[in-house]
Ligand binder design. Structure first.
Ligand code: PEP
Ligand code: CO
Length: 487
């Protein structure tokens, strides 16, 4: 049954080849691995999500312009390779076994204007600094994943916005429309899909060039210094940590007489929400000498909390791609729903394939997480547990700004570590909204930001991010929790 309702912005263009005739399918079938067979038997295709109800999709007024943009998008070269994607999956599988720890962070929403070298470099720097703190504190290898390089589409609570009696489509991120409150700016524009892909490519290319050129070399943490870092009250603690790592490295290298592998270069991966399904379909490809389909615009896409319906189009799309994937879990949610998501999204129980990102809130985590963990463990599902302590701890100030309290964010993290530990699991990663800039969007932390400080430099168009100092402080606190978990 086709359940596309009127007005749903579904492109009619067939970007991928038509379904092959039965005899070809049968020969192909015999060459497939068990995983691909499960998926094939449910007739998954990059466009099979179109049979389902798709939440959070924009309505494009010009269908043929959309089809044209999607065809162009499909022709463009990939932004990531299947080798990188598989290597990340392998690393995430190790994290699920407790041998690595995932650090995922970046903007709530990137903007095209912020596709600039300084902004990108400072996000990379803060993540590298945080990862160094975690490596040292947790004595564990860290997987670094940016929440950037294409994080341009946002789910919204309403399809429209009304100001002074005028109602327009809501701003859905730079991939879809423009922020200014004007009919021309808010009209979904398919050209933005191409601009977004290009900017994601520019961002990923710049990060690759920095990382490959030695920017992420653990021998040179001074490359990652941020201009205001020195003035931070945490600078002393961070520098002591850096010195101790540099000394240990020198010592080990003097002993072995060679540079330690992996220390002069670290991997860096990209991630974003997989929200806009026409876009996801157009960037889904097959590659030579590998089975299955890959989303080759990002390494590690996730399903947002608002689009994780078991029978919905997002779960349908995600179940068929070979990338490692994640799903956000927010309230209300039942243990049975989580188990059903595990079965659908990872039917072969492939290690590293599925991460569960809980975002239950400081107030909700103690009541809800134990039942979820127990059900997933009883079902024997191999998952990586990740905590996003940001999204269920958002509040409005009296003056109408969205903010988050550092202490609540930390409290959800602490509770998540504890509950997972008590239920025979462990926390394998964290997911933050943060920036390397000195913004004033979240309250609290050692820098003592108060509600009155927020208006000084509030820049996020959507959710509030931890600033540089708050991020570094969070890493220092997290490192202690990680050390306890690994003791
Ligand atoms: C987000 O990650 O910005 C987001 C919208 O989160 P969630 O899907 O968890 O609400
Ligand atoms: Co957000």
């Amino acid at each position: 049954m086709v359940r596309i309702h009127v007005g749903q912005p579904i492109s009619r263009a067939r970007i991928h080849q038509p379904i092959p005739p039965l005899e070809t399918t049968m020969i192909f079938w015999q060459t497939l691995s068990p995983v691909s067979r499960i998926i094939q038997s449910n007739e998954w295709r990059p466009d099979s999500w179109r049979r389902k109800t798709a939440a959070q999709q924009p309505v494009y007024p010009d269908q043929s312009a959309l089809d044209d943009a999607l065809r162009q998008l499909h022709q463009l070269p990939p932004l990531v390779s299947s080798w990188e994607v598989e290597s990340l999956k392998q690393q995430l599988a190790e994290a699920a076994l407790g041998r690595r720890f995932l650090l995922q962070g970046g903007d709530c929403s990137e903007t095209f204007a912020d596709c600039a070298s300084g902004v990108i470099a400072s996000k990379l720097k803060i993540l590298l600094q945080m990862s160094l703190v975690l490596v040292q504190g947790g004595c564990q290898r860290v997987i670094r994943v940016g929440r950037f390089g294409g994080q341009y589409a946002k789910p919204r609570s309403s399809d429209t916005e009304t100001r002074d009696g005028v109602t327009l489509p809501v701003y859905r991120g730079d991939l879809v429309n423009r922020m200014a409150f004007h009919p021309d700016e808010r009209r979904p524009d398919p050209e933005l899909l191409l601009r977004g892909y290009e900017r994601a490519g520019l961002t990923i290319n710049f990060i690759r060039a920095l990382v490959d050129g030695g920017f992420a070399d653990l021998h040179h943490p001074e490359y990652w210094a941020l201009p205001f870092g020195r003035k931070s009250p945490l600078a002393g603690e961070y520098l002591r940590m850096v010195n101790s790592i540099t000394e240990s490295l020198r010592f080990a290298e003097a002993l072995t007489g060679r540079t330690l592998p992996e220390m002069d270069r670290v991997d860096f991966f990209s991630s974003r929400e997989g929200l806009h399904l026409c876009n996801e379909e157009a960037v889904t490809h097959q590659v030579p000498r590998r089975e299955g389909w890959y989303n080759l615009s990002t390494h590690y896409p996730w399903i947002g909390n608002r689009t994780r319906q078991l029978e919905g189009a997002h779960v349908e799309y995600f179940r068929g791609i070979c990338n490692p994937i994640a799903v956000k879990l927010g309230l209300p949610i039942s243990p049975a729903e989580v188990v059903a998501l595990c079965q659908t999204l990872n039917p072969a129980n492939e290690p590293g394939r599925l991460s569960l990102i809980t975002r239950l809130g400081e107030a909700g985590v103690a009541g809800e997480l134990p039942g979820i963990v127990q059900a997933v463990r009883q079902g024997g599902h191999k998952v990586l547990w990740v905590c996003d302590p940001m999204h269920a701890n958002t509040e409005m100030t009296r003056s109408g700004l969205k903010t988050r309290r550092f202490e609540k964010v930390l409290a959800e993290l602490e509770a998540t570590f504890q509950i997972l530990g008590e239920n025979g699991a462990h926390l394998g990663g964290v997911h933050f909204e943060l920036t390397g800039e000195n913004v004033t969007e979240c309250i609290g932390g050692a820098c003592g930001l108060t509600e009155d400080d927020l208006s000084r430099d509030y820049r996020s168009p959507v959710d509030p991010r931890l600033n540089y100092e708050q991020s570094l402080e969070m890493a220092l606190r997290l490192a202690k929790l990680l050390a306890k978990q690994n003791a």
